[in-house]
Design a protein. Sequence first.
Length: 136
Amino acid sequence: MKTIKREQSDSEKAASAKGRRSQKKGKQYESELLKLFKSHNFKVYQGLQGKRGGKKNADISILDKYGDIWFHVEAKKGKQPNAKKALAQANRDKSPGSMPVAICCEDAKEPFGSREETVTMKLGDWLELILMVHNG
């Protein structure tokens, strides 16, 4: 069977380039967050992105002292990142026992750390976390 390749249209090429830029931007943001967490001595690792990603594969996993996934982090950066959708994705894909978290940042020219990032999590998870800190 002979395969026939066709040329991509200009709109397909533009969409493909936009997708690559978006993926590169997301990967860069994840790397910045990873460095931040490591600088505070958290045990973390970055998940796979793209076609191999998915169930139980967070953008960033923060481990507890036993090596289990403590936080399942979905990192989003864009013009108006949707924290609710990011949290839903984290909740859907998280490992049992881990807390889903969405960390979002609007595109900005300011360097990492000087722009405003937000952390979104479920109230029950936040209370559990606060109680652990409060009760030592």
